[in-house]
Design a protein around this ligand. Structure first.
Ligand code: SF4
Length: 357
């Protein structure tokens, strides 16, 4: 079987089975770019409301370039990987300042934008402009390694390069089959991703319903559950944090995370990483907050993961009747009623919601 023989049945399947997603109703490269960046590591159903909100408030490159940082990261709050939102704005400003506000139309120009790698550039050029540019994401890699019966780790450099070469050939072949009014580069790349999302899923793929089942080496050799071969995950580290909601008369104290750190630009309650499991919140409060003798009240424990870290955030409340002097801390007081408008990290949003209950 030549791998090119998958193209026609895949295109036919996509024409009848593609999901009606809001970003599929446009060819605006800006709208497609936003959707592609949001979709990285995030499920379609989560992204839809985020994308809609973003497009309502920042409908074009100029509005994104002109927006203030809090607006941008507030619209991203909950999606994680916040450097992506910042890179979107950096790229929008570059487009306005250096490209007269026009989204680049060629792969090199798109690749030159901050935060844009070859997957995103391939997605924009193929989906918005129907250019025969390839893309490989996790879904495409899974489908192709199974179709080709590749039993080496799918993230191994040679395998990755092989997959890019194969898809580059396939998308060109798809365009070669194109008739007037068809957009086969856009359709083929989206079809590969759609098949991975709906049929060729990581566990229990629906091989019976697969339009490519007759072409699939993993299926023929009964190796579907062994392919793709995934690399071992990095070992995880546990970390303990203690944080304080310091409150007086409906106001709470928050700090902005400094630039260069994970979640920079977001706001959070004062908190510290404590290596020693014996550290007591009252001792920490008296040394870090300099509020004298305090008895913090336990509010909640939030477990969350960031990359290889499993974080345990223990949140405490310190209530005061008068505005405390927090000479050792940089930050600001905000009313609890306005906390919803401030971009907070996900863990601290949960703590804020608990506090407001
Ligand atoms: S036959 Fe099964 S394993 Fe092969 S591509 Fe289709 S869904 Fe994936």
């Amino acid at each position: 079987m030549h791998i090119r023989s998958i193209v026609a049945p895949l295109l036919k399947w996509f024409a009848g089975n593609a999901r009606d997603l809001p970003w599929r109703r446009t060819r605006d490269p800006y709208a497609i770019w936003i959707s592609e960046v949001m979709l990285q590591q995030t499920q379609v159903k989560t992204v839809i409301p985020y994308w809609r909100r973003w497009m309502e408030q920042l409908p074009d490159i100029a509005s994104l370039a002109a927006a203030d940082e809090d607006t941008v990261i507030k619209l991203w709050e909950g999606l994680g990987y916040y450097s992506r939102a910042r890179n979107l704005q950096k790229a929008a400003r570059l487009i306005c300042e250096e490209l007269s506000g026009k989204f680049p139309r060629d792969l090199g120009g798109v690749l030159a934008l901050p935060g844009v790698g070859r997957y995103t550039a391939g997605a924009i050029c193929s989906i918005a402009y129907n250019q025969p540019e390839p893309l490989v994401d996790g879904n495409v890699a899974r489908v192709l390694t199974r179709l080709l019966g590749i039993e080496r780790p799918s993230k191994q450099k040679q395998v990755v390069e092989q997959l890019w070469l194969v898809t580059a050939d396939l998308v060109k072949h798809a365009v070669g089959l194109q008739r007037t009014s068809q957009r086969n580069a856009a359709a083929f790349n989206q079809a590969m991703m759609e098949l991975g999302a709906l049929i060729c899923t990581p566990r229990n793929p629906l091989c019976h319903d697969c339009p490519l089942k007759g072409h699939c080496i993993a299926r023929k050799q009964n190796k579907v559950n062994r392919i793709p071969v995934l690399a071992k995950r990095a070992p995880v580290s546990k970390r303990r944090f203690i944080g304080f909601i310091i409150a007086w008369h409906g106001n709470v104290f928050v700090q902005r995370r400094p630039s260069g750190e994970v979640n920079s630009g977001f706001w959070e309650f004062p908190n510290w990483l404590v290596d020693d499991t014996q550290v007591q919140p009252a001792d920490l409060a008296s040394t870090k907050l300099a509020l004298g003798q305090v008895e913090p009240e336990s509010l909640c424990i939030i477990n969350h993961s960031i990359t290889c870290y499993r974080n345990r955030l223990e949140m405490f409340v310190i209530l005061r009747t008068r505005k405390p002097l927090l000479a050792k801390l940089k930050g600001k007081w905000v009313s609890v009623a306005n906390l919803g408008e401030l971009p907070l990290t996900t863990a601290h949003r949960k703590a804020a919601n608990q506090f407001a209950c």
